[in-house]
Design a protein around this ligand. Structure first.
Ligand SMILES: Cc1cc2nc3c(=O)[nH]c(=O)nc-3n(C[C@H](O)[C@H](O)[C@H](O)COP(=O)(O)OP(=O)(O)OC[C@H]3O[C@@H](n4cnc5c(N)ncnc54)[C@H](O)[C@@H]3O)c2cc1C
Length: 253
């Protein structure tokens, strides 16, 4: 078992957070356009553009520069669940190179997110895997929302193209082994904003490399070795995961 210190993980109410962020931005004079789907980079205007369109980035797809490792995921939101625990996030790793999670969501509804992800698309039926997992751990309740799709693993280069800076999933991706997706998106957005406001947008790729290279080296080494381990013996994967877990615990990666 790998543990994290209390206070190193948080449950974020995203809708509320985005709402507050929008209100604060408007107070500062930002013009917000909602429900406005960008169809092409030709629609965009400005000295600088920040692409935070997630994974896959709509701009990167249009330009044809969408690189980087992508994991696959499937998640259900379940209310009135017997397994709801307000202060406990559970992650269970699977020797086939994936993991399952149970994260608390809304205490009022005893709501949680239960999901499954694999580091690569091995062609597994994720919905089926999740149902088996729920049965095995006797997770009950009513499914009220289903999501999933690609999760970018590690840095998704390039970070900048002409006057476009890529942040969040579109740029820095996630580090699933220590649960960092939203955290990295916030960090990269902050770095991009500071670079532009200081007139140093050209430095953005360098700043991102500096901030995330430690995660990148550890993550990529882990992935490369374990794609081989997975084929030899799933236990090797779980063993190396435990080692990575202790490393993450010690170094606060
Ligand atoms: C099933 C699942 C579970 C996850 N669980 C966690 C977790 O527990 N903790 C965690 O930290 N991370 C988690 N992640 C990862 C996390 O969701 C992402 O890392 C994070 O949301 C990245 O934020 P972002 O703003 O870059 O992209 P997103 O949150 O994907 O936001 C992109 C936004 O851009 C909009 N958009 C896209 N294209 C266009 C367009 N052409 N025009 C206009 N708007 C557009 C989208 O509608 C969306 O609102 C999970 C991901 C998945 C798939």
């Amino acid at each position: 078992m790998i543990t994290r210190e209390p206070g190193t993980a948080f449950v974020l109410n995203r809708q509320e957070f985005i709402n507050q962020l929008g209100k604060n931005a408007e107070k500062l004079g930002v013009e917000l356009c909602t429900d406005d789907k960008i169809k092409s980079t030709n629609d965009l205007d400005g000295d600088y553009i920040i692409d935070a369109s997630g994974c896959p980035s709509s701009i990167k797809r249009e330009i044809g520069i969408d690189k980087g490792i992508k994991a696959v995921s499937f998640q259900q939101t379940i209310e009135n669940s017997n397994c709801f625990k307000p202060n406990e996030a559970v992650v269970k790793f699977d020797g086939r190179y994936g993991y399952f999670w149970i994260f608390p969501r809304n205490p009022e509804k005893k709501e949680l997110n239960v999901g499954v992800g694999f580091i690569k698309d091995f062609g597994y039926n994720l919905k089926e895997f999740l149902e088996i997992f729920k049965k095995e751990y006797n997770i009950t309740g009513n499914v009220n929302y289903v999501t999933g799709g690609l999760i970018p693993v590690g840095l998704q280069r390039p970070f900048k193209y002409k006057n476009i800076l890529f942040v969040g999933d579109a740029g820095v991706g996630t580090f699933p082994f220590s649960g960092q997706g939203i955290y990295r998106a916030l960090l990269s957005g902050d770095i991009a904003g500071k670079c532009i406001s200081k007139g140093k947008a050209k430095k953005y790729p360098h700043m991102i490399n500096q901030a995330f290279i430690k995660w990148e080296i550890v993550g990529k080494t882990f992935i490369t070795f374990n794609l081989a381990f997975r084929r030899i013996n799933p236990r090797l994967f779980l063993f190396s995961l435990r080692k990575l877990g202790s490393f993450v615990e010690i170094t606060h990666l």
